[in-house]
Each structure stands twice: as C-alpha cells, then as structure tokens.
Design a binder for this molecule. Structure first.
Ligand SMILES: Cc1cc2nc3c(=O)[nH]c(=O)nc-3n(C[C@H](O)[C@H](O)[C@H](O)COP(=O)(O)O)c2cc1C
Length: 183
C-alpha cells in the first residue's frame, strides 16, 4: 500500500480475530516502533507482546487491578475478558529516562509515535488494529503489576489481528478548522 494512502485511509478496527501478525510481519511492526522519533536517542519505550496465554495473563492482571480499585462486579468480570478481543495485544509504556533536555512529555510523545507506527505497519501488511487505553492505563496498580514505577506511563494497549470488515467510511474533516496559515 502506498505510504500516503496508508496515512489518509488510516482507520481502527475493534472487531479482530486470528491470525495475528507473526514472523517477518511482526518483526516489521517491531522495527517500525523502534524507528519512532526519539529526542536524544533515549529509547524510553518498552513493549510487551501478548498472545495466547499472555492474553490470559494480561486479563488476570486487569481483573486484579479492578478488584484492588473497588470496581463494580460487572467491571471486575469484564476486565479478565478485555484482552481476548484480539489475538494480540501490545502493551506500550514509557520508562522515563532522566535527561535535562528531554522532559517526560517528549518521551511519552515518542512512545505514542511508536504505537501509531506499529498500527500503521500492521495495517500496511493487511492486519488491523485499535489503540485502547481505558482506566487501567492510568492505574498505579497496573503499573506495579507490570513492574514499572508510578512516574512511568502506560501509553496504550494496541490490539492487533485480522478483520474481514471494510473500514467504516469516515466523514472528511475540513482542514481549515484546525490549520491556520501564517504567510
Ligand atoms: C491514547 C489513545 C487512547 C485511546 N483509547 C481508546 C479506548 O480505550 N477505547 C476506544 O474505544 N478507543 C480508544 N482510542 C481511540 C481509537 O484508537 C480510535 O482512534 C477511535 O476508535 C477512532 O477510530 P479511527 O482510528 O478509525 O478514527 C484511543 C486513542 C488514543 C490515541
């Protein structure tokens, strides 16, 4: 797929099934993440690729967090199922690297670029995906379960898989609303 078409037709897909990317396709997705813009080359991003039992492990973690956060019964029951909505979930987080010229926000931006690149690399290879966060991304219990510190940030859970559905047509957005020209 042409690079410009990919960007202009980018779309997310919540209904995902097997197969998930594997082999060279998965490696391309990883390499796309590792090419994210990165001020001072700090490489502040980390990724956990969950498939198979890894999805259950993630579901157990989410449920444990829901219990610890006193969520209602329905949310607790649902938490364990969340990662099973796709054959692969990539957890992306920023592991803060102290640097006098690169604040946390830039490191978060770099990780966000990496997530977007992974979604685009997946889409370019015929897969589909959706970037999700939900309240668990802000949960200190979740950070603890992942073994990261409270100052680190969970940037997203990138759900990847295959979809037979055509992307929903999106209404065009008027660029003039969001762009101003300074000539
Ligand atoms: C940081 C971030 C977090 C998001 N979290 C969620 C989420 O938890 N649940 C959800 O349905 N969509 C979430 N989205 C939005 C979807 O990824 C997606 O962009 C949205 O459904 C619109 O679809 P589109 O990408 O095809 O325009 C999030 C997007 C971003 C950038």
């Amino acid at each position: 797929m042409d690079a410009l078409d990919l960007l202009l037709q980018r779309s997310s897909q919540p209904k995902l099934s097997a197969p998930a990317p594997e082999g060279d396709a998965l490696e391309n997705i990883k390499q796309a993440a590792l090419r994210a813009p990165d001020h001072a080359g700090l490489k502040p991003w980390r990724f956990i690729v969950c498939t198979g039992k890894g999805l259950n492990k993630l579901g157990d973690m989410l449920q444990e967090c829901a219990i610890k956060e006193d969520k209602d019964e329905k949310s607790i029951a649902r938490a364990i199922q969340l990662p099973l909505r796709a054959p692969m979930v990539i957890i992306a987080y920023t592991q803060y690297v102290e640097h006098d010229k690169v604040p946390m926000v830039e490191q978060v931006c770099s990780t966000a670029c990496a997530v977007h690149s992974m979604q685009m690399a997946a889409q370019a290879q015929g897969f589909a995906g959706i970037w999700r966060t939900g309240s668990f991304a802000q949960s200190n219990y979740m950070k603890k379960a992942l073994g990261i510190s409270e100052e680190d940030e969970i940037i997203g859970f990138l759900y990847l898989g295959t979809s037979s559905l055509k992307p929903m047509p999106k209404p065009g957005v008027d660029s003039e609303t969001y762009f101003t020209d300074w000539n």
